[in-house]
Design a binder for this molecule. Structure first.
Ligand code: PSU
Ligand code: MN
Length: 301
């Protein structure tokens, strides 16, 4: 086992006895949602994974240790500290570990730590991607590179149109990352079920997802797989409303000169504000939906 890794007793026991385990990220807690809904959601997501027969492993860096499986207090701490905790991407782990610091893990670093722990399935809300205007800013999330090089299945609700969805799919194609629609041929757009873009393949059961992932392993690929699971119809947002909020949030970010790692958290918080909290409710529901699918899929891998 890696010398910097701490696997919680419950997660360790599950991994050793071959029970399904699902990884969860912590940037969604610290930077993705406001307190206290973030903590409440993180705990409900863990419960949803248990209810569906798997063990949750929420991942973060605490005191320089890579943690797979957090205590309630650690989740509460990350949620309360919020954006004052470092948002830890691949470039940040060496310094955080060497200096004994804390960090909330993005999709990228959650994949890295899940892989070190031997966890194959990871549930989240949304991934980072190619930002609109990336042809000038070069703002392309490290999440896409991680999908290309780390063998973890990431189950999300598609990509939101704070990103350039077309360019995000092109990038994933170049990197050879399979993009699978769960029960759909279309890439879901996070808050809504449709985006106008097609996915590579459709799967209709956890067994089908597991079969594709196992084939990918057997083929010797080093990278992972992206599963896009549409938000349940009853929780999806009105397209015109969410599109307007996203456009306004992006205009605000540009006016304020928001750049780099601040961009995604800024846009998410702004969208919550502009939709009067409606986007947060949708966000929570889609994460729970992904957690349930991840638990069922992990049981088949
Ligand atoms: N999208 C969301 N919620 C989030 C994130 C993205 O709907 O919390 C977070 C995830 O941790 C993701 C990160 O990995 O933002 C991507 O950040 P960036 O765009 O800076 O790569
Ligand atoms: Mn970025």
């Amino acid at each position: 086992m890696n010398q910097y890794l701490d696997i919680s007793p419950e997660v360790k026991e599950a991994l050793e006895s071959g029970r399904p385990v699902v990884a969860l990220e912590s940037t969604i807690i610290s930077h993705g949602m406001p307190y206290p809904r973030n903590v409440e959601t993180a705990l409900t997501v863990e419960q949803t994974i248990r209810d569906n027969g798997a063990v949750p492993a929420t991942i973060a860096v605490i005191g320089g240790r890579l943690k797979a499986g957090l205590t309630r207090d650690e989740i509460e701490y990350l949620g309360k500290t919020g954006r004052a905790v470092a948002k830890a991407s691949r470039r940040d782990l060496p310094a955080l570990v060497a200096r004994g610091l804390d960090g909330a893990t993005t999709v990228t670093t959650t994949m890295i730590i899940a892989n070190l722990a031997g966890i194959r399935v990871f549930a989240t809300g949304g991934i980072g991607g190619v930002h609109r205007g990336a042809e000038v800013t070069m703002d392309i999330s490290a999440d896409l590179e991680e999908l290309a090089q780390t063998p973890v299945m990431v189950i999300c609700a598609g990509a939101k149109s704070i990103l350039d969805l077309g360019l995000t799919l092109e990038y994933l194609e170049t990197k050879g990352v399979p993009v699978i629609g769960y029960g759909t041929d279309e890439l879901p757009a996070f808050y809504t079920r449709e985006s106008g873009f097609s996915v590579d393949y459709r799967a209709d059961s956890p067994e089908e997802l597991a079969a594709m992932f196992k084939a990918q392993r057997a083929l010797g690929y080093k990278g992972g797989m992206l599963v896009t699971n549409p938000i349940p119809e009853e929780y999806s947002m009105d397209k015109a409303v969410i599109d307007k909020a996203i456009d306004d949030a992006i205009a605000d970010a540009e006016a304020l000169g928001i750049k780099g790692k601040e961009t995604t958290p800024f846009l998410l918080a702004k969208i919550v504000e502009l939709t009067g909290g409606d986007s947060l409710e949708s966000n929570i529901k889609l994460v729970l939906n992904n957690a349930a699918l991840a638990a069922k899929t992990a049981a088949k891998i």
